[in-house]
Write a protein that binds this ligand. Structure first.
Ligand SMILES: NC(=O)c1ccc[n+]([C@@H]2O[C@H](COP(=O)([O-])OP(=O)(O)OC[C@H]3O[C@@H](n4cnc5c(N)ncnc54)[C@H](OP(=O)(O)O)[C@@H]3O)[C@@H](O)[C@H]2O)c1
Length: 260
């Protein structure tokens, strides 16, 4: 990780869960990390923790609603002014909302599913990847990295109606990651793109998915020994540490006890 010391990473959805663990780990390894989310106070707390732990990097909190394009564009402009640009972009922010395909309402899909899940899981990831690439290109950074936090749901359809729309967005992430890889090769850069596809990770995601039924979320996390957010942060370190000629496409990682 030595070559990344002092360089700038953007981590989306850094307020809790996997994004918070990735941000913390990159700061520990000396990177300057812009962590964004709506709940910026949580990132400020995390930044204070990084300082008190004596980590060599810095965590810079930035409030951004990734369902709003203007917010994202302003964030990239602010990063350019304050920190020149970004070298690593971790597209982590994501959410799931329960909407079965046979009984869901079109209005609900249009408002909830398209506006929230699709905008954050797919659209924000695409905007941030494009802006990150432009930032690298403008500064002639040829060794940058874009990492998409995908999921096992990007590779197979679970027998679980609550997850079908979420799964559709993660299949999109699989396609977008490979599409980006191809466009980066056509552009003759050495910038790499990788997705990391975890199975069940113990975070707030399922509590947010079943916000009306926290017992259901708790039971999900008790059903097996889950991955922890730090396991995904370790996979990010592995990806960023790969030699420059190695392009890792996707890392699939399940809890050992997870069947599907
Ligand atoms: N947990 C799992 O089992 C699992 C498995 C596979 C893949 N993943 C993927 O891992 C990623 C992180 O999920 P997680 O498990 O860490 O979930 P989480 O604990 O619910 O955290 C989600 C993060 O996304 C941010 N976010 C959501 N909507 C946003 C918006 N409109 N604008 C800005 N930030 C937004 C949240 O921040 P604010 O609410 O503060 O804005 C939060 O930081 C997601 O892409 C998820 O699909 C998770």
């Amino acid at each position: 990780m030595d070559r990344w010391k002092g360089r700038v990473a953007l981590v989306t959805g850094a307020s809790v869960g996997i994004g918070a663990a990735i941000a913390k780990s990159l700061v520990q390894h000396g990177m300057k990390v812009v962590g964004c989310a709506r709940n910026v106070e949580q990132i400020q707390k995390l930044a204070a923790e990084c300082v008190s732990s004596g980590f060599s990097g810095t965590l810079i909190p930035y409030k951004c609603d990734l369902s709003v394009e203007d917010d994202m564009i302003s964030m990239f402009s602010w990063i350019k002014v304050q920190h020149q640009g970004i070298d690593v972009c971790i597209n982590n922010a994501g959410l799931a909302l329960p909407e079965p395909l046979l009984s869901g309402k079109t209005g609900g899909w249009r408002n909830m599913i398209c506006l929230q899940i699709f905008q954050v899981n797919v659209f924000a990831l695409s905007v941030c990847s494009r802006e990150a690439y432009q930032s690298m290109k403008d500064r002639k950074v040829d060794d940058g990295h874009i990492i998409n936090i995908n999921g096992m749901c990007g590779h197979r359809v679970l027998h679980n109606a609550d997850l079908h729309f979420y799964t559709a967005t993660k299949y999109a992430v699989t396609a977008l990651t490979e599409g980006l890889r191809q466009e980066l090769r056509e552009a003759k850069t050495h910038i790499r793109v990788t997705s990391i596809s975890p199975g069940l990770v113990e975070t707030e995601l399922t509590y947010r998915l079943f916000s009306q039924n926290p017992e259901k979320a708790a039971a999900t996390y008790k059903s097996i020994e889950c991955l922890q957010a730090a396991d995904i942060a370790n996979a990010v370190l592995y990806v960023l540490s790969a030699p420059p000629h190695v392009q890792i496409g996707d890392i699939q990682m399940r809890p050992v006890e997870q069947l599907t």
